[in-house]
Design a protein around this ligand. Structure first.
Ligand SMILES: Nc1nc2c(ncn2[C@@H]2O[C@H](COP(=O)(O)OP(=O)(O)OP(=O)(O)O)[C@@H](O)[C@H]2O)c(=O)[nH]1
Ligand SMILES: [Mg+2]
Length: 617
C-alpha cells in the first residue's frame, strides 16, 4: 500500500515522513524545503507500507515545478491513500489546498499538525465537527513532540475514504456542472476541470469553453478566479466554525516589525551575515589550517618518506591531496556553514532575510530565497551550489548556480590576501573584490535577460519565529555534510588521481608548452603559472602553494612583478570553480550548465587577466 503526504510548505510533512520511515529527509523551518518526491517504507502489522513525502504546495493549479509534480501525482493516482497534513495554526490556507485535493476523489485522512503551537496560541480544533463536515478521519498531531504520529498509518489503513464534502461553487458554475453532466454525462470533478480548460476530451473541452466564456463575461473574472474565490470563502467558513478559542492570546511584542522593516531590518541582516562570515572565516580558517597541517605531518610526509616507486607515490600523493582538500573544506567550512544556516532557517529568520533581499535579487533574475546560496558562497561554493535546489524554478537555479560559483569563497580570499594584500597592498586586494563584484552583477543582469523559463514572483510564507531545536539542527547539518562527503569526495579523488598521473607522465609539461602563448603572451605570466592554475582547480589555495613551489620561493614578490602577481590572483579567483564545486554543480544542475559555467569562468578569467596585462604592461 502507498500513502502520500500532501500539504502546504512547512507544515511538517518531512518531519512526519522521517518519523514514520526512520529516514532522514531534510526538515526546515523554511517553506519549500522538499523539492522532489521522497519515498520510504514503514512496517505496520507485518505489512510494508510505502510512504511518499511530496513537496509542499499552496494550490494544485499553478505552473511551478512542485505544483505540476503534485498534480500529476494525484491525476495518476500515485498513492492509495492521501494523508493531507495541515498546519493547524494556519487553517484557512491549509484547508484551501485540502478542498482542492479532495476533489480528486482519492481515499484520504486528515492530519492537523502543530497542535502544540495551537495550544500555545490558546486554541484547539473541534475535530469531530471537521470529521462530520469532510466525511474523513481527522487526527491531531504534533510531529515535534512525536504526538499521535503512530496513529497516522493505522488510520490510513482502516479509515481512509474519499471526502464527501463538496465546495458550493457560484450558482452559475453549479449550473454549468449540471448541464455538462446532462449533455455529456461527465462527473462533477471532470466538469469543473473542463471548465478550467483542463483535460483531454476535445469535445467536452469545446462545450465547456463556450459555457465558461459566458460565465466569465458576466463575472468579469476568469473561471479559475471564481472557483478559487469560492474555495477560499468556504475554507474560511470551515476554519471559523471548527476553531475553538480557549483563551485570548497574550499580546506579544511584534518582533517582525523590527526584522522586516528596511530600517533596522537591512542593517541587521548585513550584520548577521557579516558576523556569520567572519566567524566561519576565522574559525574555519583556523580549523582548515589545522587539518591541512595534520595531513601534511602525519600523512603526506611519512608517505613521501617511504620512497615508493614513482607511479605508486604519484597516485598515493594524489589521493592524500584530494582527501586533504576535501576534508579541509568539509569540516571547517561546509559543516560550520551548515550549522549557521540551519539555525537561521529553523529560527525562521531566513524567510525574513529572503523577504528583505528580494528586490536586489530580482534584478539579477532570482528571488529573495537566493540569499541563502549567495551567502553560503562567501564561505564555500560547495554548500552554496547544493542549496540552489531550494530555489523555485529551473531558471533561477541555473542563474544562481552561475553566480554563486563566481562569488569569492574563503579559499579565494586566501589567495587575494596571501598574494595581493601581502605583496602589493590592501587597496589592490579590495580592487579585486570590486572587479569580481561588478562582474557578478553584470553576469546576473545578462543571465536574467537571456535565460529562458518563466519568472515567478516571490510568494513565500513567513515561517514562524521559533527557537531552533539543537538536535534537528545538528542532524540536518550532518546530513548535508555527508552528502558532500559521499558525493563530492569520490569524484574529487578520481580527479586528483588523474591530475597526479598527468604530472607523473609529463603531460603537465606538454600542457605548459602548449598553452605557453596564453600564459606568457596573453597574461604575461611565467610558463609554470599554468600548472599552478591547474592545481588551483583541486583546491583554490593550492594555486598559491603550487606557485610558490614552482617559483622556488615563498617570497613571490622577489620573482614576480606586482602586475604579474595581481594578474595571477585575479585569474585564479575567476578561473574555473574548484573540482569539488564542479562535482556538486554537475549533480544539481546537470552537465550542460556545469560545462557552461566552466567555459564561461575560464573565458572571463583569461579575458580580465589579458585586459589588465595589456592595459598596464
Ligand atoms: N512546533 C512544531 N513544529 C513543527 C511540527 N512539525 C514540524 N515542525 C517544524 O516545522 C518546520 C517545517 O517542517 P518540515 O517537515 O520541513 O515541513 P514540510 O511540510 O516538509 O515543508 P516543505 O518541505 O517545505 O513542504 C520545521 O522547522 C519543523 O521542525 C510540530 O508539530 N510542532
Ligand atoms: Mg518537506
Amino acid at each position: 500500500m502507498k500513502c502520500a503526504l500532501i500539504g502546504n510548505p512547512g507544515v511538517g510533512k518531512s518531519l512526519i515522513f522521517n518519523q514514520l520511515t526512520g529516514l532522514g529527509v531534510e526538515v526546515s523551518n523554511y517553506p519549500g524545503t522538499t523539492v522532489e518526491l521522497q519515498r520510504g517504507n514503514t512496517c505496520y502489522q507485518r505489512e510494508i507500507i510505502e510512504v511518499i513525502d511530496l513537496p509542499g504546495v499552496y494550490s494544485l493549479d499553478g505552473a511551478s515545478d512542485e505544483e505540476v509534480l503534485v498534480r500529476r501525482f494525484l491525476e495518476q493516482q500515485g498513492a492509495d491513500v492521501i494523508v493531507a497534513v495541515l498546519n493547524v495554526t494556519r487553517l484557512e490556507r491549509n484547508l484551501y489546498l485540502l478542498l482542492q485535493a479532495a476533489e480528486y476523489g482519492l481515499p484520504m485522512v486528515v492530519v492537523l499538525n502543530m497542535i502544540d503551537e495551537a495550544a500555545k496560541q490558546g486554541f484547539t480544533v473541534d475535530t469531530a465537527a471537521l470529521r462530520d463536515l469532510l466525511g474523513v478521519e481527522v487526527l491531531l498531531t504534533s510531529a515535534l513532540q512525536g504526538k499521535n504520529i503512530d496513529r497516522i498509518i493505522p488510520a490510513a489503513l482502516s479509515a481512509a475514504r474519499p471526502a464527501t464534502l463538496e465546495v458550493p461553487y457560484d450558482h452559475h458554475i453549479e449550473a454549468a456542472v449540471r448541464s455538462l453532466d446532462k449533455m455529456q454525462g461527465t462527473d462533477r470533478f471532470a466538469s469543473l476541470q473542463a471548465l478550467e480548460g483542463i483535460g483531454d476530451d476535445a469535445e467536452l473541452l469545446e462545450t465547456a469553453k463556450t459555457i465558461a466564456e459566458e460565465i466569465e463575461s458576466r463575472h468579469r473574472m476568469t473561471i479559475s478566479q471564481i472557483i478559487a474565490a469560492n474555495r477560499h470563502n468556504f475554507a474560511r467558513q470551515i476554519a471559523d466554525s471548527i476553531t475553538v478559542r480557549q483563551k485570548e492570546p497574550a499580546p506579544s511584542f511584534d518582533l517582525d516589525t523590527v526584522l522586516t522593516r528596511v530600517i533596522p531590518g537591512i542593517p541587521l541582516l548585513l550584520g548577521v551575515l557579516l558576523a556569520m562570515l567572519l566567524t566561519v572565516f576565522i574559525v574555519g580558517g583556523w580549523l582548515e589550517g589545522f587539518i591541512v597541517t595534520l595531513f601534511e605531518v602525519y600523512a603526506v610526509e611519512p608517505f613521501t618518506a617511504l620512497d615508493l616507486p614513482g607511479i605508486v607515490e604519484a597516485v598515493g600523493i594524489a589521493i592524500l591531496l584530494a582527501l586533504q582538500a576535501g576534508l579541509g573544506i568539509a569540516f571547517p567550512y561546509v559543516f560550520l556553514f551548515y550549522i549557521f544556516i540551519s539555525v537561521l532557517e529553523d529560527s525562521g529568520y531566513m524567510t525574513r532575510a529572503a523577504f528583505l533581499a528580494d528586490k536586489a535579487m530580482h534584478r539579477l533574475g532570482m528571488h529573495g530565497g537566493a540569499i541563502i546560496p549567495v551567502t553560503l558562497a562567501f564561505g564555500c561554493n560547495v554548500p552554496a551550489v547544493m542549496s540552489v535546489r531550494t530555489l523555485r524554478s529551473r531558471r533561477e537555479r541555473m542563474i544562481a548556480a552561475f553566480l554563486v560559483t563566481m562569488v569569492p569563497c574563503s579559499a579565494r580570499t586566501v589567495i587575494i590576501a596571501g598574494i595581493v594584500a601581502s605583496f602589493i597592498g590592501l587597496a589592490a586586494a579590495f580592487s579585486i573584490y570590486a572587479i569580481v563584484f561588478v562582474l557578478i552583477v553584470l553576469t546576473g543582469l545578462l543571465l536574467s535577460r537571456i535565460t529562458p523559463g518563466e519568472r515567478f514572483g516571490m510568494i513565500m510564507e513567513m515561517a514562524p519565529l521559533r527557537r531552533p531545536d539543537p538536535e534537528l539542527v545538528l542532524k540536518k547539518s550532518w546530513m548535508r555534510l555527508s552528502e558532500f562527503l559521499f558525493i563530492a569526495m569520490p569524484l574529487l579523488l578520481v580527479g586528483s588521481v588523474f591530475l597526479g598521473l598527468f604530472e607523473f607522465f609529463g603531460v603537465m609539461d606538454v600542457f605548459e608548452a602548449f598553452i605557453e602563448p596564453v600564459t606568457e603572451g596573453l597574461l604575461g605570466l611565467p610558463g609554470y603559472a599554468a600548472t599552478a592554475l591547474i592545481f588551483g582547480i583541486l583546491r583554490k589555495e593550492m594555486a598559491f602553494e603550487t606557485l610558490a613551489v614552482l617559483a622556488g620561493t615563498a617570497d613571490l614578490g622577489a620573482v614576480l612583478t606586482a602586475l604579474q602577481l595581481y594578474i595571477f590572483a585575479i585569474v585564479t579567483v575567476l578561473f574555473v570553480p574548484c573540482l569539488s564545486t564542479i562535482t556538486v554543480l554537475h549533480r544539481e544542475v546537470g552537465s550542460r550548465v556545469t560545462l557552461a559555467v566552466t567555459v564561461y569562468t575560464v573565458a572571463l578569467g583569461l579575458a580580465v587577466g589579458a585586459v589588465i596585462n595589456f592595459a598596464f604592461a
